[in-house]
Design a protein around this ligand. Structure first.
Ligand SMILES: Cc1ncc(C[n+]2csc(CCOP(=O)(O)OP(=O)(O)O)c2C)c(N)n1
Ligand SMILES: [Mg+2]
Length: 739
């Protein structure tokens, strides 16, 4: 036995799983790779897992952040290969869907003969495993499409599909609810530029994932491939088969493409078509129905599909481009609105050059933030209402004239405004108040340089328009800064966010550049949006066009996977190499929609930090400011009134212990009620890298506050600024109701 070449190293990466100790031992651990580690430990090593017992047909990828050992901060990928036969489905599920449970990998010597055998195996050309079943055919099709991760929940009949994918090295992230899984998959699509994949069971699984389908379609930048199992093709529509649902009929009107492949052999082509539809043209949803007999059947022939290339970058119609350039040149008060379509199109480079050259002020939409840095001198976010009300020619770049932009109508906009537009989707053009002669169909990354050529000798001079905007911004920023810097007891939204922001930025090695914010709620999302400035594209995700509560934890998991996980065999250019910390800022109501996904984060050891802004309810929180948990909750207050009678529809549990829940779900939790406790909790949460952290921040509720439809309001723009300063009402600039 040759033991001289290996030095013993112990890495305590995983918890000991008693329940898998009865399974067979793996033959070897074949690879450990690490990023950002020193050379001593970053070379490939051979390991055998001591006390790791697992039965796997092929390969399982296991990733985790190493903690409390010499590998701290390193990403470790361990691949187990077991050549023996699969034992039972039950055992495979346990091991493959919970790979993170595997215990401490101990570096122990590899016998020489085994080492030689391994070396021989490694040098042999890689043979893809044979395709015997429909499940394997599906997995191979996804692999050919370069799918590297799947989000979902398994059950009959898709469990075999998930296992076949795992066997090919495709990561499968198991969720607790298909809503969150489908949100996560679509957000992964937004962040990587290629469709995210969600695998669910039929019937109820499809119904739950309708949430992600609607959300993806409404956002139009969150491409999603949904795959769902269904009853056997032989089952007639009225047979009452297991989880039977005519999913194609249900989904066809709500997706771009919904199909049951005409045969088992056609699965690869149908999957490729649905995948392509999901991101070619206007991004949305492709759906493939997977009957049980296809999954379990034996294909008569195997069709190989090719990876779908990036879609061609369409140039704009030159005459329209010239017309837009002319309109901008003649404008007295030009404005560029940057939407999340620009972020999705990776247009940050061309837009930066365009704005710097033309000096036209710009306004980002909530998820357009970061395409250009928030601190850019031409950013008019702090003078949003004045900008919308005052502009005479506006160019929408990847932004739509929907409710978020008040439909481009008065009184928020001036009656005579000319609205030009660049969009990848022709259906968006010439809609509402846009000017049809100024509507350009094309890819932003192509059209903006075209436009810049026509504006070569132009730049917008400092003018009364610029002065109006900067005066408005200065006034609003001063108000916002005063709110953020005034110590409060109890904590307020503004003060809470200001403290969290400065603590996080001082802890983050790359400052704000390395922080990705997810945010949902009403006040929580509105107020945090202006306080948490972003300087990079696609680093702020929120409830979006559909105003969907419940997306937060799924989005956070997707961001963690997209930014920090190297499950990709060859990382794509769209997967940034730098590790980013994912921060989720959640209203207490919003968090409740997907609370159990904290366990998902724990299971995969995702170091996501969640702040719950706990005002005891929806919008303005609990109706009664003096309740407490305990006997008197139901018995009645001092006046003898029953609490349940006192509760308004917006009230949720008072000081609900989300921090305690987090502990029970495998994460860590802190409850904070004051500034000192908050700052301490941020620091401790930052240090916790072995799973999620939940900081439950008790903030003042807005008892007695007046409900208003702030964002939807028909009020005149320009008088009060929304969101980036101003009166309490002015904080409600992007959603539904505010106090
Ligand atoms: C799926 C869904 N259900 C319901 C709503 C209505 N809604 C809008 S905001 C909101 C929650 C706001 O409360 P919270 O998350 O606690 O944030 P807060 O305003 O209290 O900070 C709800 C339920 C929605 N937008 N989406
Ligand atoms: Mg709330």
């Amino acid at each position: 036995m040759d033991t001289s070449s290996v030095s013993p190293v112990v890495c305590g990466l995983f918890q000991t799983p008693d329940h898998i100790s009865r399974l067979a031992r793996p033959t070897s651990v074949t690879a450990v790779t690490k990023r950002n580690c020193d050379s001593e430990i970053s070379r490939q090593e051979h390991l055998i897992a001591a006390s790791i017992l697992i039965t796997v047909q092929n390969i399982v990828n296991i990733e985790a952040s190493a903690i409390k050992n010499p590998w701290a901060g390193c990403k470790v990928i361990v691949q187990f290969r077991h050549s023996g036969a699969i034992t039972t489905t039950q055992e495979m599920v346990e091991t493959q869907t919970q790979p993170h449970l595997i215990t401490a990998a101990t570096h122990i010597p590899v016998p020489l003969e085994e080492k030689q055998k391994q070396t021989k195996e490694e040098t042999m050309p890689h043979q893809p495993p044979p395709i015997h079943t429909g499940a394997q055919l599906i997995a191979h099709s996804l692999k050919s499409l370069d799918v590297r991760i799947i989000f979902g929940i398994v059950g009959i009949p898709v469990i075999e599909v998930a296992e076949a994918c795992l066997a090919l090295g495709i990561k499968f992230v198991s969720f607790r609810n298909e809503q969150a899984a489908s949100y996560a998959a679509s957000a992964y699509g937004y962040l990587t530029g290629r469709p995210g994949v969600c695998l669910v069971v039929g019937g109820p699984g499809v119904l739950h994932s309708m949430a992600g389908v609607g959300n993806s379609m409404a956002n139009a930048t969150y491409p999603l491939l949904l795959l769902a199992g269904s009853a056997e093709t032989s089952a007639g529509p009225t047979k009452g088969a297991f989880q039977q649902l005519d999913a194609v009929s249900l989904l066809a009107p709500h997706t771009k493409f919904a199909v049951r492949p005409p045969s088992l052999e056609d699965l690869p082509r149908s999957i490729r078509d649905a995948y392509r539809f999901a991101f070619y043209g206007r991004p949305g949803v492709g759906f493939v129905d997977l009957p049980a007999d296809y999954i379990q059947g034996v294909p008569k022939e195997v069709v190989q599909v090719e990876r779908v290339e990036e879609q061609p970058r369409i140039l704009g119609d030159e005459r329209r481009v010239m017309a837009v350039a002319e309109a901008l040149k003649r404008a007295e008060r030009p404005l560029v609105v940057i939407g999340k379509g620009a972020a999705y199109a990776r247009a940050e480079g061309v837009l930066r050059e365009f704005i710097d050259a033309t000096k036209i002020p710009f306004l980002p939409t909530p998820q357009g933030k970061g395409v250009l840095p928030d601190d850019h001198p031409l950013n008019t976010s702090s003078a949003r209402s004045a900008a919308l009300a005052g502009t005479d020619v506006v160019l929408l770049v990847g932004a739509r004239l929907n409710w978020m932009l008040h439909f481009g109508e008065p009184p928020k906009w001036s009656a005579g405004v000319r609205i030009a537009q660049i969009d990848i989707s022709p259906e968006e053009l010439d809609r509402g108040t846009t000017d049809p002669t100024l509507s350009i169909h094309g890819d932003i990354t192509s059209v903006i340089p075209q436009l810049k050529l026509h504006l070569a000798n132009y730049h917008h001079l400092s003018s009364p328009w610029s002065n109006t905007l900067s005066a408005s911004a200065t006034k609003n920023l001063a108000i916002a800064r005063a709110k953020a810097s005034t110590p409060t007891n109890p904590l307020t939204y503004h003060r809470t966010f200001a403290l969290i922001k400065s603590a996080l930025e001082s802890l983050s090695p790359g400052g704000a550049d390395n922080l990705v914010y997810i945010s949902e709620g009403a006040n929580t999302m509105d107020i945090s949006r202006s306080i948490f400035t972003v300087s990079q594209p696609r680093q702020r995700l929120d409830a979006g066009t559909y105003a969907t509560m419940g997306v937060g934890l799924g989005y956070a998991i997707a961001a963690e996977m997209a930014y920090n996980h190297t499950h990709e065999a060859t990382p794509s250019p769209s997967s940034p190499p730098i590790r980013k910390r994912i921060i989720s800022i959640e209203g207490d109501s919003a968090l409740g929609f997907s609370l159990p996904e904290i366990e998902t984060m724990s299971r995969y050891r995702l170091p996501i930090i969640i702040f719950v802004i706990n005002n005891g309810g929806v919008y303005h929180g609990i109706s009664d400011n003096t309740p407490s948990w305990g006997a008197d909750w139901w018995d009645g207050d001092k006046q003898g009134k029953r609490r349940d009678v006192l509760l308004t529809s917006t009230a949720l549990g008072f000081e609900t212990g989300y921090d305690v829940v987090a502990g029970g779900l495998g994460g860590r939790g802190w409850k904070v009620v004051d500034e000192e406790g908050l700052v301490r909790a941020v620091r401790e949460a930052w240090e916790h890298r072995d799973g999620p952290s939940v900081v439950n921040v008790i903030v003042a509720s807005g008892v007695g506050g007046r409900l208003e439809f702030g964002w939807l309001g028909k009020g005149k723009g320009g008088e009060k600024e929304k969101g980036d300063g101003g009166t309490p009402h002015d904080q409600c600039n992007a959603t539904y109701m505010c106090k």
